[in-house]
Ligand binder design. Structure first.
Ligand code: NDP
Length: 255
């Protein structure tokens, strides 16, 4: 029997085949999971439809977390189709481009609010909306980054949002443990995705991290996907509230 046979997942954050969310979905599908996918903007529907269409019994629904009614409709669609939910991959983030370059001190109120709302609050928002469907326990996995705890040039307000996300992971884990729902974050090393390209200087960051990490390379989306699979599976049944680094060891290095 495969690790996720009979398990139903909700995956937020597939923009294209390079998305970390897609790597997570592939790993879970290979172990028997069936999944619903959300897309934020109409322009992404075709790509998400195409990717999800390669998997068994998938569902594709719109959801922009800044519009609560679209999340509620997505959860309702999952309920109609599958009747319950066992895991969630939360792999979304956004900050206005101008907030991801220059000095953090210039972050506007609007950029701060938007980054925190979409990149951090949405984890709590999605967990709360999905809770009634997670009747048999489950696992929630979100994506963070090293910029949550150390200053990374140009990451700016997204670093603050990731700190809030990691903290939310712990508070949610404490709340939802009684329902046998585990909540964990993966702190992934830099990967060349659509979102990552929005951070100024991403190319040089990849080079820097690749040279200095213990494994002397950058992590791949598939390696992050495999860790998500582990966290979702019963192999991780004793792990909750944790932030696990999947960064080729970069974060352990001092001078
Ligand atoms: P992608 O661009 O592939 O995925 C980001 C997703 O977030 C997109 O699907 C995007 O949709 C979605 N999104 C943005 N705003 C909203 C919204 N309001 N409602 C719903 N969805 C929204 O990039 P990644 O795969 O790199 O990013 C996935 C996660 O991984 C993010 O949380 C990111 O911060 C994190 N991460 C990424 C790293 C990297 O180096 N790539 C490193 C560590 C963490 P749309 O395209 O329409 O905006």
């Amino acid at each position: 029997m495969a690790m996720l046979d009979n398990k139903i997942g909700l995956v937020l954050g597939v923009a294209n085949k390079r998305s970390i969310a897609w790597a997570c979905a592939k790993a879970c599908a290979a172990e028997g999971a069936r999944m619903a996918f959300t897309y934020q903007a109409e322009r992404l529907k075709e790509t998400v439809d195409e990717l999800a269409g390669t998997l068994n019994d998938s569902l594709v629904v719109p959801c922009d977390v800044s519009e609560q009614e679209t999340l509620d409709a997505a959860i309702d669609a999952v309920k109609q189709r599958y009747g319950r939910l066992d895991f969630i991959v939360h792999s979304i983030a956004f900050a206005p481009k101008e907030a991801l370059e220059g000095e953090f001190v210039n972050t506007s109120r609007d950029a701060f609010r938007m980054a925190l709302e979409i990149s951090a609050y949405s984890l709590t928002q999605v967990a709360r909306a999905a809770l009634p469907l997670m009747t048999e326990g489950g696992s929630i996995v979100t994506m963070s980054y090293y910029g949550a705890e150390k200053v990374v040039m140009n990451y700016n307000v997204m670093g603050v949002a990731k700190s809030a996300l990691e903290s939310s992971t712990r508070y949610l884990a404490a709340d939802l443990g009684k329902d046998n729902i585990r909540v964990n974050a993966i702190s992934a090393g830099p990967i060349n995705t659509l979102s990552a390209r929005g951070v100024r200087g991403m190319g040089s960051l990849l080079g820097y991290v690749g040279e200095r990490s213990p494994l002397k390379r950058n992590v791949t989306a598939d390696e992050v996907g495999n860790t998500a699979l582990f966290l979702i599976s019963d192999l991780a049944s004793g792990i909750t509230g944790e932030t696990i680094y999947v960064d080729c060891g970069y974060h352990i290095m001092g001078i």
